[in-house]
Design a protein around this ligand. Sequence first.
Ligand code: NAD
Length: 487
Amino acid sequence: METKTAADLKLANWIGGRLVPTTGSSPVRCFNPANGELLNEYSDATESDVAAAVANAENAYKSTWNEWTPGQRSDALFTLAALVDGCKQELAAIETLSTGKPLASEVLAAEMPLIVDQLRFFASSARDNQGLRSGEYTTGKTSIYRREPLGVVALITPWNYPLMMAAWKIGAALAAGCSAVIKPAPTTPFTTLRLAQLCVDAGIPPGVVNVVIGTGGPGRLLVKDERIRGGSFTGSTRTGAEIMRNAADRICRVHLELGGKAAAIVMPSADLEKAASSLAFGAVVNSGQDCVALTRLYVHRDVFDQFAELLTQKTAEFVVGDPMDSTSALGPLVSDEHRHQVQQALEGAVRRGARIHYQQRIDRTNAAGYYFPPTIVTGLQNTDELARREVFGPVLMLADFADESEALTLANGTEYGLAASVWTRDVGQAMRITRRLEAGTVWVNDYLTFVAEYPHGGVKQSGFGSDLSRDALREFTVAKHVVIAHD
Ligand code: NAD
């Protein structure tokens, strides 16, 4: 199937390997964040749509996917990775239209190579997931340890990385031997639907991957469906808590990748130039709409002024503009409503005494788009709402500290625990701080590096469980102990 733009792609559920119009009547609209134009609209999926998707997933699991050998599943996933690679221009263009991410610098240069690599990683791990071991732990009996797929799983994703989140979850679930129903975010279903089509093109049996489109309603129905044996969710902490409550009612396993409020600590011995450059980008990546985007930057008093100046210079260099323009480093925020929320969060902090240390001027020719300028804020207490709440825009809080202990107290002073970073040339100090930072990922003299082989996950209210790595496959499998008596 040739698909060129989001507007060309029909929005419907993807069930049993074909597009099936939703039976709902509540409209959902998708806009281009770069200019506010309507891209497409559809009706929210209903209970019968969700039920049909789950039935197809269950049937495909039992009749094909669970019967295939790990090698067969691996081959199909390698083919999928190759197809995604071959369609990367098309997929990237669709992603940019619906999310506003810069096409060249972000989606094509940064995201697509990672997505293809991650799918290849899952393809290879599909052959080595059983963890089979056996032995005689009781005289006259052999014990066998098997890891088996959960069965049909629900995958629920957010709008900030629609294709990447779909690839992480579909890749791991299928490698583990599960079939899936995925529910993308309401305004960004396009690339997820295209990925599901590519799954069938790759030889993955129809019904192994199904998509229901819509708001939280179909997501809620999926979590409550008795046939769903596990759920993997990426999104806000508030929604994650509701999913956990609904899953608890029927003792269904969930994996939750939730919000973040990442902190960085800069020590006097750090390479300040390198730190400013890396952290300035960390704060504005995907216009700050990234769960690991840098939101709180703590700098040692001795180098604060020097560092603040470097950071401001680096931040001023980012071009905010049309995501289709190859010079743009930042595109718009995802929606007008979200832009309004970011603006309100900033104004609230200013009313409570924060100072705007730096804010870029935005080119007014883009007035119809949902653009927001990179902003650095000082004069905030760690207890202020802006320091505690996820803002999800390019707004960075900058503050100083006196010593290592205070830096750690400030960095850990949040309900979240997704990512953190420390900058120092003192190896001992780096290890001391790394050990004490409460976060699922800690970068030392670095920011934003992800590898497919290592897990991504959080602690505290950032959730639990892992995306990426072999750990991600464990989210979709369960242990079985088989005992064989010798006579
Ligand atoms: P969200 O929680 O509003 O929605 C996420 C998904 O859940 C959407 O598909 C939504 O329709 C669905 N949903 C809503 N209510 C539901 C319910 N009751 N039951 C089931 N599904 C429901 O999040 P968002 O605004 O789309 O995404 C931004 C959030 O995602 C931020 O908080 C960000 O930090 C987080 N995020 C986390 C990670 C991570 O790896 N930890 C990665 C990306 C984004």
